[in-house]
Design a protein around this ligand. Structure first.
Ligand code: NAD
Length: 461
């Protein structure tokens, strides 16, 4: 069984290597045509994508369209690929004269893209756009925990591309490990820290470069100089879309002590406005992916004081949008990324102390700050490190065309979206071309005193 899967992975890889060697993927016209095929396939499969997101995650249709929003990446690449792929001239210095120099982005070869279950379509397709734009062949491994979406990804990709160009290998951990045993030219992984380490270790055996899009505890700092109603709505939206299973969801709130009671009331109100009296019956609220995650999240419900939600139902894997007040840094809910619909609320008096608490922990994927005060905005921007920052909103920075998306430190390495995705899947080859018509000879032995003097002058000028 395992051997059969191994053989098929190896034969796909061989076919992709051979296809890459033909040089067909190098042509910009070819890449643009493939991006158009991808665009068309996504548009044609949208109903299936929506249905799969409902089956896998209980996603409302509106939120299923977050997956289909990966079309924006395709459109951006279609518009800008010619510019991204253009060789960039660089001025050589006098020592190389006569010469010209340039940087030529070129594809890496065959790349592997491994995805998670929380945005199971988008997190396969968006990196694939970068891989195609840069001229690579690709193998995609969607998450086994969102099986309906994995099937749709496989079907859609098969409808658009030959396997020797882009292939989907479905399966769980074993299949992922078989893929990781092979040599790729780049591995793009989205998932948790623990598996990120396994991926990096496997990649090291072949010296394969990796992009790791990981998670972490993204703090949300709330000052007292804010629009209370909008702040509450923006926090509740970012936290509870996809039932909190979003890598850049605000993980916890750090609120200026003086406004905590009013903010808590506004947050409760926003939950009510969005999901009504009984969120379990709201068509706009998702479910937890599986039993393991449901049980993990349930243990957090006994931390702090529940000021909203707290109910759960193992049959439907429902966990109410929950606010936990009076939580301490040592509580279990503050030890790991929550990745579910539970929002702990901590308080601070001095901004410096809040920043110190954030900086004492691993660098998060996102950091949110709500404050009108420009000085405080600058203070937070300059004294914290995170993959990205969004001031006075949550999550929305991921959708800005042209902003690279990625982590730093324990939240990941490398980035993508737009040109950053193209760059991630490209090698930027440096080229120097000399002419024959002049060869001053100052660098050749014998190193006479005159040549040494000239060289010293060049080096120290
Ligand atoms: P995960 O790390 O458990 O799984 C991701 C992928 O790794 C899956 O395809 C899985 O089959 C594979 N895998 C699992 N165990 C493996 C092993 N032992 N060897 C090789 N491959 C293995 O992640 P998940 O639970 O699917 O996703 C949740 C995590 O992903 C969260 O931490 C979240 O923050 C993070 N995430 C990050 C981003 C981002 O863009 N930075 C986006 C979404 C999710």
């Amino acid at each position: 069984m395992v051997a059969a899967a191994d053989t098929s992975i190896q034969s796909i890889l061989q076919a992709q290597r051979a296809f890459f060697q033909t040089g067909q993927t190098q042509s910009i016209e070819f890449r643009l045509a493939q991006l158009q095929r991808l665009q068309q396939a996504i548009v044609e499969h949208q109903a299936e994508i929506v249905e799969a997101a409902r089956a896998d995650l209980g996603r409302p249709e509106f939120e299923a369209y977050f997956e289909i929003a990966s079309l924006n990446e395709v459109k951006k690449a279609l518009k800008q690929l010619k510019r991204w792929a253009k060789p960039r001239r660089v001025l050589p210095s006098i020592e190389q004269f006569p010469a010209c120099a340039w940087v030529r982005p070129e594809p890496l070869g065959v790349v592997l893209i491994i995805g998670p279950w929380n945005y199971p379509f988008q997190l396969m397709i968006s990196p694939l756009v970068g891989a195609i734009a840069a001229g690579n062949c690709a193998i995609l491994k969607p998450s086994e925990h969102a099986p309906q979406t994995a099937h749709v990804v496989a079907k859609l990709i098969r409808s658009a591309f030959e396997e020797r160009y882009v292939a989907v290998v479905e399966g769980g951990v074993e299949v992922s490990q078989q893929l990781l045993a092979e040599r790729f030219d780049h591995i793009f992984f989205t998932g948790g820290k623990a598996i990120g380490k396994i991926v990096m270790e496997a990649a090291a055996k072949h010296l394969t470069p990796v992009t790791l899009e990981l998670g972490g505890k993204s703090p949300c700092l709330v000052d007292d100089d804010i629009d209370l109603d909008q702040t509450a709505k923006r926090i509740i939206w970012g936290k509870f879309i996809n039932a909190g299973q979003t890598c850049i969801a605000p993980d916890y709130l750090l609120v200026k002590q003086a406004i905590k009671p009013t903010l808590v009331a506004a947050l409760q109100q926003a939950i009510h406005t969005f999901y009504g009296d009984r969120p379990a019956e709201s068509p706009d609220y998702g479910r937890i992916i599986n039993q393991r995650h449901f049980e993990r999240l349930q243990t957090y419900l006994s931390d702090g004081t529940t000021v909203a939600g707290g109910e759960s139902n193992p049959q439907t894997r429902y966990i109410a949008p929950t606010l936990l007040d009076n939580v301490g840094w040592d509580d279990p809910v503050m030890q790991e990324e929550i990745f579910g619909p539970i929002l702990p609320i901590l308080a601070y008096d001095r901004l410096e102390d809040a920043i110190a608490q954030i900086s004492a922990r691993p660098k998060p994927l996102a950091l949110y700050l709500f404050s009108r005060d420009q000085e405080k905005q600058q203070q937070v921007l300059h004294s914290t490190s995170s993959g990205g920052v969004c001031v006075n909103d949550t999550v929305m920075h991921i959708a800005v065309p042209g902003l690279p998306f990625g982590g730093v430190g324990e939240s990941g390495m490398g980035s993508y979206h737009g040109k950053a995705g193209f760059d991630t899947f490209s090698h930027h080859k440096s080229i120097l071309k000399r002419a024959f018509w002049l060869d001053p000879g100052w660098r050749y032995a014998p190193y006479t005193a005159k040549r040494l003097q000239l060289f010293k002058r060049i080096v120290t000028k």
